[in-house]
Design a protein around this ligand. Sequence first.
Ligand code: ZN
Length: 209
Amino acid sequence: MRRIVLIGPPASGKGTQCRRIQNLLDVPTLGTGKLLRKEVESGSKLGLEVEDYLNRGAYVPDALIMELVKAWMAKRSESGWLLDGYPRTLAQAEALESDASFQAPTLAIALDVPQHELEQRIISRRECADCGATVSVSSPDELNCNDCNGELVSRSDDDLENFRRRYANYSELTQPLFDYYAAKGKLLLVNGSASPEDVFCVINNHLSE
Ligand SMILES: [Zn+2]
């Protein structure tokens, strides 16, 4: 049974690879952002607590997220799973590994992309106002969508300053997981600078072994 965690910095292409791995393996996939939103929608006691943090723009505490992940995992103990962007911290990783109410991952896939390249991606990323496609422009003069000719706009979350804040957070809290999983012999380190096709090819080869 496969239990996979996928880690990587913002703009590393994690979302794309996550969808491809999910298509390949057909396992339940958990993204914590979505999990939090679902809990809020459910109106549960935990959901109300989560909503309070989100409304204040505060970080949802580790312990609370762990409760939600635990509950999600308990229902999927037979199927294996794929975690998108979780764990984010060593404390979360250690809990997954050793807390009996979690299940330990069998593999950690880490996308490695240098910061300057991620920034380049952020700068050149646009979204089509009409069809919603995300495109990477090769020059700032590229104003229209190739597919529908709609207007290309910068995504609101693409602000470079915002990225740098998230990246600093990532390198402090999440990057140490590379060494953590390497020491456990569970790390598949993938060069995320390659094209999405080539990145997936490496992952696919490993998963098909
Ligand atoms: Zn378009």
